[in-house]
Design a protein around this ligand. Structure first.
Ligand code: NAD
Length: 290
């Protein structure tokens, strides 16, 4: 396939490289001066999109996605697909989907989970929203860049799935960390705490697979001085998106709101920037009740 790839950062760069490695003809564009193995660079987004069967975007936020879509959609050939893999607000995903439909183009919102390691290794999970035709067009590319793609529903459903998942992740990480901090103060050994909770009803991905306590459970960023991994500021971005969506859909999400407040405090005032999101544990450790 002829593929345009816009946004070649930490995630987009290795994803584009994997598509090129698999034999696709990839033309890329990024505002920054980057080179990616196997990818020809264009002078603009529109140039990268011209004549492409599929244009993939991997951008920082919904505002930038809307601006790039304004430039790129008019350059695309009728019947081609725009596949946005960025994490953006549901409203932006739906707005771009409508704009694409008006121009006779297909659109899929397909945010990912799996981080930079998943992007390099081609093991991402895609959660996709859009028509069956649009999903079918993107699916062979998801198979190269990832190991799993779930068609979640119409446009916006991929972003909805992503932020709901990450709201659960943020809330459970906070709960796991505060429980460890309480266990410490009660004199409970961390390994014993892990042994019990990881096999009891308090188990979760944050406890069992990504334990925030150093030296306990499988290898995780806690064992590497809390270097990310999944950075606290990216968790905060996703929690903010979840609360924006909750506001727009009039959903009551008090735990998500509290997790957002805690990560805001952590990132903005407590040195959490550049730390893994599991570094909530040393944060709780240092605090007392008041
Ligand atoms: P990044 O900042 O490394 O990459 C974004 C790239 O977009 C940059 O290279 C930037 O120069 C480029 N860009 C910005 N505006 C542009 C424009 N108008 N035209 C062309 N290029 C432009 O970010 P990233 O870590 O690659 O994340 C990309 C997206 O993936 C985000 O939405 C993020 O939330 C999501 N995501 C990231 C991770 C992760 O672990 N990094 C995991 C899952 C999802």
């Amino acid at each position: 396939m002829k593929i345009g790839f816009i946004g070649l950062g930490n995630m987009g760069g290795p994803m584009a490289a994997n598509l090129a490695k698999a034999g696709h003809q990839v033309t890329g564009f990024d505002m920054a001066d980057v080179t990616i193995e196997g990818v020809a660079m264009a002078a603009s987004g529109a140039e990268a999109a011209k004549g492409a069967d599929v244009v993939i975007t991997m951008l920082p936020n919904g505002q930038i996605l809307r601006a790039v879509a304004n430039e790129v959609l008019p350059a695309m050939t009728a019947g081609a697909a725009l596949v946005d893999c960025s994490t953006v607000d549901v409203d932006s995903a739906r707005a771009v989907a409508e704009q694409a439909a008006t121009a006779d183009l297909l659109f899929v919102d397909a945010p990912v989970s799996g981080g930079v390691g998943g992007a390099s290794g081609g093991t991402l999970t895609f959660m996709a929203g859009g028509s069956a035709d649009a999903f079918a067009k993107a699916e062979p590319l998801f198979a190269i860049m990832g190991q799993k793609a779930v068609h979640c529903g119409d446009a916006g459903a991929g972003q909805a799935a992503k932020i709901c998942n990450n709201m659960i992740l943020g809330v459970t990480m906070v709960a796991t960390c505060e429980a460890f901090a309480l266990a410490d103060k009660l004199g409970l050994d961390r390994q014993k705490m892990f042994d019990v909770v990881s096999t009891s009803s308090g188990y979760s991905w944050t406890m069992n697979a990504y334990c925030p306590a150093p030296g306990v459970g499988p290898q995780s960023p806690a064992d590497n001085d809390y270097k990310p991994g999944f950075a606290a500021e990216l968790m905060l971005k996703d929690l903010r998106l979840s609360q924006q969506a909750a506001q727009s859909a009039d959903a009551d999400t008090p735990m998500g709101e509290l997790a957002q407040a805690l990560y805001t405090q952590f990132v903005e005032n407590e040195g959490g920037t550049g730390m893994d999101f599991s570094a909530m544990l040393p944060r709780f450790e240092k605090r007392s009740r008041s």
